[in-house]
Design a binder for this molecule. Structure first.
Ligand code: GLG
Length: 831
């Protein structure tokens, strides 16, 4: 096939390229007609939810039209396509985005206004599609947006969770988890496709027999079969030309049942093992790391991987019949983390057992089909499955994994004869007390490319995580730095700033983000500075209203809005932020004239329900907040706000209003981060460590426009090697000591003395694994520098403008283009 060198240029989509056909009048008519005949209500009775449904239906009509055209075009061209396998897609809301991408937002706004309806009330009715935990899931959502925008043939495959990530409530300062039921009142975007239902086998045993060619063949006799029913969510590209699909599988019990597993009176036992089919897609695991040893989790992974592969093969066979030789030319599968790695042995099973290809032929196809993205180095997050569990659930896959491993060991023997240490290290099977299957190793061995998600992360993947693999396969490991879609994360969420930018540099920046750099020349321009900061001020006022509505707390919009929004994890160090807030508070109590600009610290974070210390940190933030927010002595200099239920739609309100972006992970721990990009894009200035994509953000904006602090990756490694002693910091820094001891008193939790002691302990007896104490002083100094910079209005305005101007690199269009050029080798397909 010809190499795909064509740049996936965007069609020159401006706001209006495709669908201005629908003017205000026509749009109004369409909404009303849907109100009548889709919703069965009318203008006088309709509430906001009905308006939301009717408006969505009006948009969906256009969406489905383009979807049909797109699918026809892709089919006719028989294009190579990328299949993005991800256990998570954190989509958020779709209505505003779809309207923006069709260039219809203003039209809809005006039409609804004439109907006496406020568009923002309508948008608020849409529940978030929270089918993901955090960065990994949101990245997948940004990528499918870019793929559609860039008119690339692509399909996202995932799980149609009945319950997405839990809804967080805060009761007396503590996190409570409530189920998220995003489909209670239906979802206007999804389309069920029962005609594409797939069956997925589970459990059972493997029979060895002779195949049609006289060779030994394996046949898996499953113990049960579940159905996978696909739901399609259309993904509208900017400009509305291409509409791709996100296909999510819902599990259902199957009427078929393989009864031969129930011989010898094992009915009851076998029944117990046969988990309820419906539970497979019931709920998203709420951990952003791995869920160790959870059988249902492995079944979820296999379920969606197997359904998706069957779907791909059905489509391939329609065009190519039984000729497998072109499979890897037509199909590339991107594994978003190791969650779908079981797809590798599944494809081998289909090729060897079902299609009866010989192993080498099958392996040549399979290993040219898969590519794998690694998102983390945290050892606890690298997936391993007990061999015994695989043997029970997927007996044939375990055999195939053994065979892959056996051949791989032979390859190693050739490269490093007699080196058994190496073999033990690289083996897919970990020979521990409980034998384990290492999904990371399987993914590297079974993929033609492996990428990390930011330069530093990919370097650490090569040097620390998989150094031997890098020696063995010199060109396999690579980097693709993450990105975010500027359509959602600037155009749609920050209309005021978007309008200002468009006025200044034209309307192509949403598809060509490096054009933002044209704003740089205005960084010193007083008029532009004023305009830019006025927008920021308006956004802060809007967020202040939201804060008041949610928490009842009034915040001063002239204060610095300082934002830390991300999952709660020790490595992200929300507790470092908290300790510093306590330090400021203490300084103010000691010296009321302590010179600091007033500051509102705003947090949003969910903790995994089983992560006790993370929940304690949330509790601590809320308890410290109670105290500080009500302490008249400090004159409102500090406010601490914890906004419950952080999610995509809340992020869209917080990010445009942020002055400061907290990106303070321990160096080497945050693979990339993507919130850092979104915040800087909206003119927030970062205070951060040299970790993940912060490093590349610093390169882009320049050292004067970011506050970098803390130990570097190398310094962290050196400290750990020498033996880190948090007590040294405790005894040598009186402020640190006072702060930690404060946690041990009942000052913040009078009704529950000792409730925060475990937080102190984690940083002393617990060894402070994320070096909070080691970085505290440097963090405190960086905060002082930041405070000083903010007081200089012109300087701050310039910094904020340059942060927006220099974010061009971090569009997900650039990330996707790199995947296309270096991994996927796709051609655009203009629809
Ligand atoms: C990971 C990492 C983040 C990264 C994201 C997307 O922790 O640093 O930005 O994936 O690659 N588990 C995650 O969310």
């Amino acid at each position: 096939r010809k190499p795909a060198t064509t740049k996936a240029n965007h069609a020159s989509q401006s706001e209006n390229s495709y669908s201005t056909k629908l003017d205000k009048k026509a749009f109004k008519a369409s909404v009303i007609s849907h109100l009548h005949s889709t919703l069965g209500t009318d203008e006088n009775k309709a509430d906001n939810h009905a308006w939301f449904k009717a408006t969505s239906a009006a948009i969906q009509e256009l969406v489905l039209n383009r979807l049909r055209t797109t699918q026809k075009t892709h089919y006719m061209n028989d294009t190579r396509a990328v299949h993005y396998f991800s256990a998570e897609f954190l989509m958020g809301r779709l209505l505003s985005n779809n309207m923006h991408n069709f260039g219809l937002f203003e039209t809809a706004d005006a039409a609804l206004k004439e109907l006496g309806v406020d568009i923002s009330d309508v948008l608020e009715e849409e529940p978030d599609m929270a089918l993901g935990n955090g960065g990994l899931g949101r990245l997948a959502a940004c990528f499918i947006d870019s793929l559609a925008t860039m008119e690339l043939p692509a399909i996202g495959y995932g799980i149609h969770y009945e319950n997405g990530l839990f809804r967080q409530e805060i009761k007396k300062g503590a996190q409570i988890e409530r189920p998220d039921s995003w489909r209670d009142y239906g979802n206007p975007w999804e389309i069920c496709r029962p005609e594409s239902t797939q069956e997925v086998p589970l459990y059972g045993y493997v029979e060895t027999k002779y195949g049609s060619n006289g060779n030994i063949q394996k046949e898996w006799h499953p113990g049960s079969i579940v159905k996978g029913v696909p739901w399609d969510i259309p993904v509208v590209g900017y400009g509305g030309n291409t509409v791709n699909v996100l296909r999510l599988w819902q599990s259902q019990s199957s009427s078929h049942f393989n009864w031969d597993v129930f011989n010898a009176g094992g009915y009851v036992d076998a029944q117990r093992e046969n988990i309820q089919a419906e539970t497979i897609s019931k709920v998203l695991y709420p951990n952003d790391e791995t869920e160790a040893g959870k059988e249902l989790r492995l079944i979820q992974q296999y379920f969606f991987s197997a359904c998706s592969l069957k779907d791909i093969i059905r489509r391939y066979k329609r065009a190519h019949g039984d000729d497998w030789t072109r499979f890897s030319e037509q199909v590339v599968i991107q594994l978003n983390d190791t969650h779908p790695a079981i797809a590798i042995p599944e494809l081998m099973r289909i090729l060897v057992d079902r299609a009866e290809l010989d192993w080498d032929t099958a392996w040549a196809i399979s290993s040219k089909t898969f590519a794998y993205t690694n998102h983390t180095l945290l050892p606890e997050a690298l997936e391993r499955w007990p061999v015994r569990m695989l043997e029970k659930i997927l007996p044939r896959h375990l055999e195939i994994i053994y065979e892959i491993n056996h051949r791989f060991m032979q390859e190693l023997e050739k490269k490093w004869p007699g080196d058994n240490v190496m073999k033990a290290k690289l083996s897919i099977i970990e020979e521990s007390d409980e034998k384990m299957v290492r999904m990371g190793n399987l993914s590297v061995i079974g993929s033609f490319k492996v990428n990390g998600v930011a330069q530093i992360h990919s370097k650490l993947v090569k040097e620390n995580l998989f150094p031997e693999f890098d020696q063995l396969y010199p060109n396999k490991l690579t980097n693709v730095t993450n990105g975010v879609t500027p359509r959602r994360w600037l155009k749609a969420c920050n209309p005021l700033l978007s309008a200002l930018i468009t006025k200044k540099i034209g309307d192509q920046w949403p598809v060509n983000l490096t054009q933002l750099d044209k704003l740089s020349v205005f960084a010193d321009d007083k008029t532009f500075q004023n305009q830019f900061m006025k927008v920021k001020q308006k956004n802060k006022e809007a967020l202040a209203k939201e804060i008041k509505a949610i928490t009842g707390i009034a915040v001063d919009t002239k204060a610095i809005f300082d934002v830390q929004i991300k999952r709660l994890h020790e490595y992200k160090r929300q507790h470092l932020n908290l300790l510093h807030i306590m330090a400021l508070y203490k300084r103010l109590l000691k010296d009321p004239s302590y010179d600091m600009h007033s500051r509102v610290f705003i947090f949003g974070a969910k903790a995994a329900p089983g992560y006790t210390l993370a929940k304690t940190i949330i509790y601590a933030i809320n308890k410290v907040a109670d105290k500080i927010n009500n302490d008249k002595r400090i004159n409102n200099k500090i406010k601490v706000i914890f906004l419950p239920n952080y999610r995509v739609s809340l992020a869209e309100k917080m990010i445009p209003a942020a002055d400061v972006s907290q990106q303070i992970s321990t160096a080497g721990k945050e693979a990339s981060g993507t919130g850092n990009m979104k915040l800087a894009l909206n003119g927030a200035v970062t205070i951060g460590t040299l970790d993940g994509a912060n490093i590349e953000i610093a390169e882009e904006v320049g050292a004067e426009n970011i506050f970098i602090f803390g130990k570097t990756v190398d310094e962290v490694a050196a400290i750990n090697k020498a033996g880190y002693k948090p007590y040294d910091y405790y005894y040598n820094n009186s402020e640190i000591k006072a702060l930690l001891d404060w946690l041990d008193t009942d000052y913040f939790t009078p009704e529950q003395p000792g409730a925060l002691s475990s937080l102190k302990r984690s940083m002393l007896e617990g060894g402070d694994p994320y070096l909070v104490l080691a970085d505290f002083e440097s963090y405190s100094k960086a905060n002082e520098a930041l405070d000083k910079a903010y007081k200089d209005k012109d300087r701050w305005a310039k910094m904020a403008i340059l942060n927006t101007a220099k974010m061009g690199k971090f569009t997900s269009d650039r990330s996707v283009q790199e995947y296309v050029d270096r991994i996927w080798k796709l051609d655009t397909c203009k629809v």
